[in-house]
Design a protein around this ligand. Structure first.
Ligand code: R5P
Length: 311
C-alpha cells in the first residue's frame, strides 16, 4: 500500500500515514510559473494499491486539479488500484439543479475524478448520501459521528443533552448522532420566510428549555446558519449551545462571526486544514479524524469491512 498526498491538507495526510505506519510517497506536486499544476512521483508505484489524500477545499479548483493530475500520474505509472481519499468533497452542495439552466457540479466533479483514473473513492460526511451514486466506482462515505459522540460524552455527558439539527434537511444526521448519545432527544430549527423580503423567522421544533444543545451539521461555511440557530436556541431557553460540524469551510468572516456568537464552542474536524485564524480562535476546537480514515484505508487495502467501523 502507498499513501500519496497533494498540498490541500498535509497535516491530515501525515497523520494518516503515521496511523498506518506507511511513509508518504515521495512526490512533488508543484506549480509552473503560470500556475499550471505539475506532479512528479519519485518512486516506483507499479502494481501498488495507492491512496491519494486530497480535500477539494479552498482553493477548491486548484486542489481539485492537483487531485486529478495526481491520479493521472499514478495511472500512467501503472499503479494497480487508485483510491481518491477526499476527506472534504468540495462542490458537494451543487448536487441538484436549484433552478433552470444551472449545472449539477457535484456530478461533473465525480465524472472528472473517475475519468482521471480513480478506481475507488473514500469521503467523509458527504453533503448528501446520494452523491455516492454520482460515481460508478465503489465509494465509501465515512461518518465523523463516532468521533464527535465520544467527545460530546466526555465534555457534556453529565448534562441534559438535546441534539439539534440547524435545518430540516439535517434531521437524519442529527438523529444518528442522538442515537449514539444514549438516544438523546432531538430538536429542529425550522427557518421560515413567509413572504419574499420579510426577514427569516426561526421556529424551534422541540422543547429545549434548560437543555445543553448540541447543533450538528456537515458544513460551516459563512457561519450564518449556525450562529443564527444558536441564538434562536438560547432565546428559546436552552442552557447552552455548542456545535459539532464535520467540515470547517469557514470562509470570509466566519471565524469572527463564530467568535462573536452565542456558541459556547464550535468543534470541527480536520478534513480541511485549519487556517491561522481558525487555529488561533479559542472558541473553535479541532478533532482529528485521521485514525478513522487510516483505519478505513487499512480495511480497504485488506478487503475487510468498512461499515463495521460504525457498528
Ligand atoms: C447546507 O445545506 C449545509 O448543510 C450547511 O448548513 C451550510 O452549508 C452552512 O452554510 P453557512 O455556514 O454559510 O450558513
Amino acid at each position: 500500500m502507498k499513501i500519496m498526498t497533494g498540498n490541500s491538507n498535509l497535516p491530515l495526510a501525515r497523520a494518516i500515514s503515521a496511523y498506518l505506519e506507511v511513509p508518504l510517497t515521495n512526490v512533488s506536486v508543484r506549480r509552473f510559473a503560470d500556475e499550471e499544476v505539475f506532479v512528479e512521483i519519485h518512486e516506483n508505484v507499479r502494481g501498488e494499491d495507492v491512496f491519494v489524500v486530497q480535500s477539494t477545499s479552498y482553493p477548491a479548483n486548484d486542489n481539485l486539479l492537483e487531485l486529478l493530475i495526481c491520479i493521472d500520474a499514478l495511472r500512467r505509472a501503472s499503479a494497480k488500484r487508485i483510491t481518491a481519499v477526499v476527506p472534504y468533497f468540495g462542490y458537494a452542495r451543487q448536487d441538484r439543479k436549484p433552478g433552470p439552466r444551472t449545472p449539477i457540479s457535484a456530478k461533473l466533479v465525480s465524472n472528472l475524478i473517475t475519468t482521471a483514473g480513480a478506481d475507488r473513492v473514500l469521503a467523509v460526511d458527504l453533503h448528501a448520501g446520494q452523491i455516492q451514486g454520482f460515481f460508478d466506482i465503489p465509494t465509501d462515505n465515512l461518518f465523523a459521528a463516532p468521533v464527535m459522540a465520544a467527545d460530546i460524552q466526555t465534555r457534556y455527558g453529565s448534562q441534559e443533552l438535546m441534539v439539534v439539527s440547524p435545518d430540516v434537511g439535517g434531521v437524519v444526521r442529527a438523529r444518528s448522532l442522538a442515537k449514539r448519545l444514549n438516544n438523546a432527544p432531538l430538536a429542529i430549527v425550522d427557518k421560515r420566510r413567509d413572504r419574499p423580503g420579510q426577514s427569516e423567522v426561526m421556529n424551534i421544533i422541540g422543547d429545549v428549555k434548560g437543555r445543553m444543545c448540541i447543533l450538528i451539521d456537515d458544513i460551516i461555511d459563512s457561519g450564518g446558519t449556525l450562529c443564527n440557530a444558536a441564538q434562536a436556541l438560547l432565546d428559546a431557553g436552552a442552557a447552552g449551545v455548542s456545535a459539532y460540524i464535520t467540515h470547517g469551510v469557514l470562509s470570509g468572516g466566519a471565524v469572527a462571526r463564530v467568535a462573536g456568537s452565542a456558541l459556547k464552542e464550535l468543534v470541527i474536524t480536520d478534513t480541511i486544514m485549519a487556517t491561522e485564524a481558525t487555529a488561533s480562535c479559542d472558541r473553535i476546537r479541532v478533532l482529528t479524524i485521521a485514525p478513522l480514515i487510516g483505519e478505513a484505508v487499512r480495511r480497504i487495502a485488506d478487503e475487510s469491512s468498512v461499515s463495521s467501523l460504525f457498528d
